[in-house]
Design a protein around this ligand. Structure first.
Ligand SMILES: Cc1cc2nc3c(=O)[nH]c(=O)nc-3n(C[C@H](O)[C@H](O)[C@H](O)COP(=O)(O)OP(=O)(O)OC[C@H]3O[C@@H](n4cnc5c(N)ncnc54)[C@H](O)[C@@H]3O)c2cc1C
Length: 415
């Protein structure tokens, strides 16, 4: 991999995928320029309200390898259980996985802060804030527009677009090759954050879920400060909900007494990304820029971290940037397609399935079979959050196990 030593790489976007990829590339000897259109590092890792991310074993393994696993664990709350709030006011506790399997709940700003300070320690990374990518070509020419009003065009050996769901780099790629079809598809599902904390009844290291089909609310524990609550509303293609609509859903669930509109964050629509190609010559997109999915399995950031690992492995195995980027897509696309399908389906689980009596019966049977067959009969969530098995394998195993559960339930009814 000597060809990477001293290579000049620009990474566009200092989010989770951009930071983790820059650190890995710098450690392999590349000279990295990491740019973000946001004004300064504190805007990325500041104290502004920021909803939580949950990290399972996939994301944690990458953070351990980077050397910040311990720091992230210290900033996070480890949740072994979730609490399901029914419409009749009762509440059921459910373990996430087996024995000590749980998820880390961490403020996005805290995770970005850890990654950012690691990047700042790498002498091979030049960080630049307030720099927006305005063009990029397959042979490495990148245009930047800077906050001080200046414009710059510079040439790089490789261009990595880690610029999120509304990626400009993905757009530049489609302009270069009109055969590349890409879109950030609106899902009709909206979300908003509630800024006030929950009462003492929701304290402790628990995730709380209020399934209220076609909506649900979910809250994540924090080490300090208020609990983070997110409201998701499926409008099924109808008009965008207003703040009054979001308040109605939250009040009906009994969340955050005395809530007013000022307690709500922006209302945003979830978008998913489809792109017929992730690379063009020496230009590639990663993370949400390549494959944004709905967040119902809490895997987007985990997958963005894993992307940096898969990309670096592809680079190590290739002889040049173009073939490395093609290899990255070949390995990763089927995986991310499977994760996207599973995440889409999981909305029904969170908004209703978790408390639906028929689904509960299946869950209990699955739990029993899982004890009898260690290693299999995991729920979709369990398989993606607590195993390193491929996303595609997790999807296939789940479908086969569902068919088996169907057969057992039919046999039970016919007896
Ligand atoms: C409501 C919600 C809840 C979620 N919960 C979870 C969860 O619990 N667990 C989980 O694993 N994932 C979760 N996710 C998904 C996760 O947030 C994303 O998958 C992850 O942030 C993707 O990281 P990224 O670095 O690829 O992109 P981003 O985090 O979007 O970062 C992109 C960066 O690029 C910069 N940028 C954009 N355009 C340009 C440009 N032209 N020039 C320069 N810079 C640019 C931006 O300023 C930004 O800093 C959730 C997502 C949502 C919406």
């Amino acid at each position: 991999m000597s060809w990477v030593q001293g290579a000049r790489v620009i990474v566009i976007g200092a989010g989770i995928s951009g930071l983790s990829t820059s650190i890995r590339l710098a450690r392999c000897g590349a000279v990295v320029r990491l740019v973000d259109m946001r004004g300064d590092p504190s805007a990325i890792a500041g104290n502004h309200p920021s909803f939580n991310l949950t990290l399972g074993v996939r994301g944690m393994r990458v953070l351990e390898a980077l050397g910040i696993g311990g720091a992230v664990r210290r900033s996070a709350v480890f949740a072994l259980e979730r609490c399901l709030h029914r419409t009749d006011g009762t509440c059921e506790h459910e373990r996430y996985g087996r024995a000590d399997e749980g998820i880390y709940s961490i403020r996005r700003s805290a995770l970005l802060g850890e990654l950012l300070s690691l990047a700042q320690q790498e002498s091979n990374i030049e960080l630049q804030f307030g720099a927006r990518a305005t063009s990029a070509s397959a042979d490495g020419l990148v245009g930047l527009s800077c906050a001080d009003g200046s414009n710059e065009t510079a040439e790089f050996d490789a261009v990595i677009g880690a610029d999120g769901v509304n990626s400009s780099v993905r757009g530049f790629m489609s302009q270069l090759a009109p055969s590349v079809l890409s879109s950030a598809r609106p899902t009709g599902i909206y979300y908003s954050e509630i800024y006030v904390g929950l009462g003492a009844e929701c304290a402790g290291p628990l995730v709380h879920i209020w399934p209220r089909s076609p909506s649900f609310l979910i809250s994540f524990p924090n080490r300090s400060g208020p609990t983070t609550v997110l409201v998701f509303i499926d409008r099924k293609g109808a008009q965008r909900p207003s703040k009054a609509d979001v308040l109605r859903v939250a009040r009906a669930a009994g969340v955050g007494s005395g809530l007013v509109e000022a307690d709500l964050g922006q209302i945003a629509q979830l978008r998913t990304v489809q792109s017929s190609s992730w690379s063009s010559g020496r230009l590639v997109v990663i993370g949400d820029a390549a494959h944004a999915i709905v967040p119902f399995l809490g895997q987007g950031a985990n997958a963005a971290l894993e992307d940096s690992e898969v990309l670096l492995k592809a680079i190590k195995e290739a002889a040049d940037w173009t073939s490395a980027f093609e290899r990255f897509e070949l390995v990763r696309r089927t995986e991310m397609d499977a994760l996207g399908r599973m995440a889409d389906r999981h909305f029904d689980e969170l908004s209703g399935g978790l408390v639906d009596p028929d689904r509960r019966q299946r869950t209990r049977l699955r739990a029993k079979l899982s004890v009898d067959n260690p290693g299999s009969f995991r729920s979709t969530y369990n398989a993606v959050a607590f195993t390193h098995s491929s996303y595609l394998a997790a999807e296939q195993a789940y479908q086969e196990e569902e068919a088996q559960i169907d057969r057992l339930l039919t046999q039970g009814r016919n007896r």
